[in-house]
Design a binder for this molecule. Sequence first.
Ligand code: FDA
Length: 312
Amino acid sequence: MMTAPLRSGLLAAARSQTCRNLAEGTPLLRPVVDRFVAGVTTDDVIAAARGITRDRLVTIDHLGEDVTDREHADAVVDAYVTLLARVADEGLAGRVEVSVKLSALGQSLAVDADKIALENARRICAAAAAAGTTVTVDMEDHTTTDRTLETVRDLRVDHPWVGAVLQAMLRRTESDCRDLAGAGSRVRLCKGAYDEPSSVAFRDAADVDGSYVRCLKVLMAGAGLPMVASHDPRLIAIARHLAGAHGRGQQDFELQMLHGVRPQAQQELSADGLAMRVYLPYGTEWYGYFMRRLAERPANLAFFARSLLTRS
Ligand code: FDA
């Protein structure tokens, strides 16, 4: 179990621009990062997706967040449009969707942030529709939750299949699940990867798990598609039980895990007949994503340190 100060320290470092520039500019770190990230280019991620889709589903994330200039945000959209065209050309659209972070699309800009993020997300949704696949909007720290859900609502007017992510650690989430559990909705439920204050979030792991189960009950009883994003064997067992209790078949909800985390469990659950989707990130801007993975598990810190030592 990671101590709270260590976790908070890693998550604070995850938001530091100076640390990010230093880390992303160091080729030495790339092999360590590759456990969680499927390479740099569109070709890299398409090759990885082709392999994984033999037995699982995939959602691809073009890495990047907290973008503060317009050109950069536009470049992220272009990358998604290129990626989605490749997904279609390779015949992968039935098994591969994309995940996007609004802070990479303009939500962190100084002027017209929400308007630009919405326009950019619309371009990606249009490309996904043309490719024959879907988009899920990731959830970032709690200061963005209302704006992100508002953007998802706007996107769903034209593209009702747009998915939302909710974080069980936030006190508000059970109520958000009720709002979003309607027909046609796709809700990815995760624990939450950000360092949140106790005024808005459960800080104790047992309380987060309790909230996760209450949220699962709402989503499984609802009419949408619950996407159970967790590596926690206990929560996965509860999700399977609740799905059965609500008359859902094995394909009427999805289990989702991160690339590089519990890969054997992913394959076993898929072999059991469950819909298992892998979150597959790629790109050069891996720092924030990678730091959150370190903060989730002390063993990853040891793995990181060992890899660095054997390389130096
Ligand atoms: P928990 O952290 O308790 O881990 C349970 C077990 O899983 C651990 O004991 C370990 O065995 C394994 N494990 C978990 N994390 C690991 C890691 N990094 N490395 C190695 N083993 C690990 N968060 C967010 O705030 N916004 C978002 O949009 C998303 N999106 C998202 C999509 C998908 C598909 C997944 C799976 C997760 C996210 N997350 C996220 C991250 C999520 O909030 C959470 O931080 C991680 O999934 C870890 O939580 P678990 O539920 O796995 O439980």
